[in-house]
Ligand binder design. Structure first.
Ligand SMILES: [Zn+2]
Length: 193
């Protein structure tokens, strides 16, 4: 099946682009194994990068294209040599992507639970690819965000799932499928009143 993931052509100018490209595709391939090609190719994903004071964090958002809606992931990588950061950010944003495919592109803004799950997944990817940087990433989150922050909570979620990526992936899919089902049932009930 044709991959629907594309990387912003302008990033090719970077001398370390190949490192960035390889890691972006690697994480995407992992998600294809976890969730299947049908889900992972439901919407086109365009990956860009922007690292400055105005864009300190990676994001995902819906855009309108000529062939319909697509998703833009904007990573925030300072230097493409840091392939571990690419994996962390991609895994986080692709988890949001999966939730979009279940809940719909008009889903509500990510809440505490969603951000925690995305962070847990991203930390598990560090464990998988760069276990030597795991503590560094955990310390970074702890220093930068308070205990009540969803990213901080993600550390506990990753521990609770014993860093088992397929198990967490399944949990995320089931949680949001149920949420969607309940949402639809509620709106059917309301419209029948
Ligand atoms: Zn997020």
């Amino acid at each position: 099946m044709k991959s629907t993931l594309r990387i912003d052509e302008r990033l090719k100018k970077d001398p370390n682009y190949h490192i960035f490209e390889e890691r972006v595709h690697q994480v995407y391939e992992d998600f294809c194994h976890l969730y299947g090609n049908t889900i992972m190719s439901m919407y086109t994903i365009l990956v860009g990068n922007q690292h400055d004071n105005f864009h300190p964090r990676p994001t995902i958002g819906v855009r309108n294209g000529l062939d319909g809606k697509y998703l833009v992931i904007k990573l925030s990588i300072y230097d493409f040599i840091h392939d571990c950061s690419v994996a962390v950010q991609m895994a986080h944003e692709l988890t949001h992507y999966v939730i979009y495919t279940v809940m719909g592109l008009d889903k509500e803004k990510a809440d505490f639970e969603e951000e925690s799950l995305c962070t847990a997944m991203s930390l598990m990817f560090v464990k998988r690819y760069n276990p030597e940087f795991y503590e560094f990433h955990v310390d970074f989150i702890k220093r930068k965000y308070g205990e009540k922050h969803p990213y901080y909570n993600g550390i506990y979620v990753a521990e609770e799932f014993l860093y088992d990526i397929p198990k967490l992936a399944k949990e995320i899919f089931i949680t949001y499928t149920l949420k969607k089902y309940r949402e639809e049932n509620n709106s059917v009930k309301r419209s029948q009143m």
